[in-house]
Design a protein around this ligand. Sequence first.
Ligand code: IPE
Ligand code: MG
Length: 229
Amino acid sequence: MDGNGRWAKSRGEERTFGHKNAIAAVRNAINACNEVHIPYLTLYTFSSENWSRPNEEVNTLMNLLSETLLLEAEEIFTKGLRLHIIGDIEKLPALVRDQLLNVVDLTKDNKKGNLILALSYGAQKEILNAVKQISKKVKAGELNEDEIDEKVFENHLYTKDFPPVDLMIRTSGEVRISNFLLWQVAYAEMQFLDILWPDFTKETFFQCIVDYQIKERRYGKTSEQLEVE
Ligand code: IPE
Ligand code: MG
């Protein structure tokens, strides 16, 4: 979800004005997924690198997260969505973390869809964590080196309960991944949109899905092989 700062600047406002106006776009994305039954939506909400932004901006973002959770928790629950958090949540302010974990707990039996917030998230750290956990198991004799395959590795990522990414969308015209789900996007379709995140509507999302649907996902095979299959 990129481009909040530029959206605000282009209106002669502070960057935080952009963050406040980003919430409607989040709601649009959630509603779009709900309408067409997309079972997993992961929102890159705050990266491990975002902690280096000015304190004031970080504080605004944390407050906004907290306020929005309070306002939207019931709606998330009523929609039948289950909330998950991925990232180094120990770094979040205790109050925000508790609120998040409350909503995670409140929604744990919901089955209509999964809303995953990537918070204080960095894919390189996630991968390193997996490596460390696996090394410990090997050292303790719980796991044999030859048994380490893609499945075993994935079971040590934050995303172990989720399928791989099918479609990754980044707004704001930047064409980069910025440390997001590096392992999980191995075969994802990528869409980079020029619009800024606060302008993201349900229709924008539906267009992304239509563009995704006409892609042929070959996973290294040829078109001819896929036709036979
Ligand atoms: C994305 O918008 C929001 C967060 C990273 C929290 P930005 O704040 O990165 O907006 P730009 O990229 O400066 O326009
Ligand atoms: Mg940005």
